[in-house]
Write a protein that binds this ligand. Sequence first.
Ligand code: SF4
Ligand code: SF4
Length: 430
Amino acid sequence: MTDYTQMWADLGLDLEAHDALLNMLGSVYGDIYVSQKNRPEGMGYFDFVMSEIHGLRIKELLDAKAEGRKVIGSFCVFVPEELTLAVDGIQVGLCAGADFATDESEKYLPRSTCALIKSFFGFKLGKVCPYIELSDMVVGETTCDGKKKAYEIFKELQPNLYVLELPQMKNPQDREILKTEYLRFKDELEKLTGITINVDRLRKGIEIVNNKREALHRLAALRAADPAPISGLDALLINQVAFYDDPPRFTEAVNKICDELEVRIKNGEGVAPKGTPRMLISGCPMAVPNWKLPAIIESSGGIIVGEESCVGERGERNLVDESGDTLDALMDTIVDRYFQIDCAVYTPNPDRLQHIESMAKDYNADGVIHYSLQFCQPYMIESYSIEQKLREENIPVMRLETDYSQEDTGQLKTRIETFVEMVKRSVVMS
Ligand code: SF4
Ligand code: SF4
């Protein structure tokens, strides 16, 4: 195995804390992922990427930087990767999914801040994230109030932070705000790299991201089969890796696993018996290594068939129209695609309700588990309307609030087992 200690030290990581993080990750990964039965062979690629997420992938990024390419770190799916690729940049996700250096984070942030925000502060303060340390620009955005205000403080820790302003509503004037902001982001990228975006560069960027999204749509559609050909845990992992891996290589690996899943479906093979209660997860994004809830669901007799989440279908659905032949036309189609993202920070947000309902139907879900991080007001408050809407449609629904700690695992398991059992009975009776 390659020793990356010097590389991590050069990035300024706290080697002791970083070792502790990698050991924790390795053991959780072994317990949750490697222990699964009947995984598709194609998951070998994603296991490899995960095993090298702080190793080989970081080396690749540093090599690319040495050739003059820039790395853009992002916390949100509103940051258009198409523009980053158009300046030969590499975009990586930074959203942290584990508690780290929480005591340190709480010196800057109120305790009642969602785990995701505390986590990215903790990874920075604990000096354990190679991605943020090598980023040439880190992009924040004015989505929820928590993130918006936290970035004011985070800028002290990460001076190359750039904040995108996002609208809060979906009226024509809000679309104009998004377009203005994407043009400002384009200028910023051009300044950073010295590369001017032209039609060919932008179209190429759009094509690469569209290919990645199409592969993920293909994977999502295959999960409609009963028995499910892949576990929700593995499908989530693929969606998580989408934020880190080289896009064309990732696209090829997803299409390869889809070929394998198609054969499984044809042969009636799955990861759980036909008739296993099928769950849709909806809510806050699940960044690496936030696997707690899916692991509980799939060890409680359920199988997850879709994620209505930014690490999932909310983040990946819809393509950008590649046909425009002017820069302005292409920028417009990028704005059109991203303006459809139905994050709970929008008000009102009826599209999300409809999307959850249609996902439940498209993937033949028997029940919906709505997941909010504690203190995440947009998703916690929106879950009320979602529950009402799904009940009207006779779709069983359960709302959960949790964080990244393991303290509530037992309690969550009891509630989820009861829900899965209830769903199972209703399926048998219908
Ligand atoms: S939930 Fe909203 S703020 Fe968070 S990543 Fe998704 S779009 Fe961005
Ligand atoms: S989980 Fe909720 S509160 Fe936390 S950053 Fe995302 S939208 Fe904001």
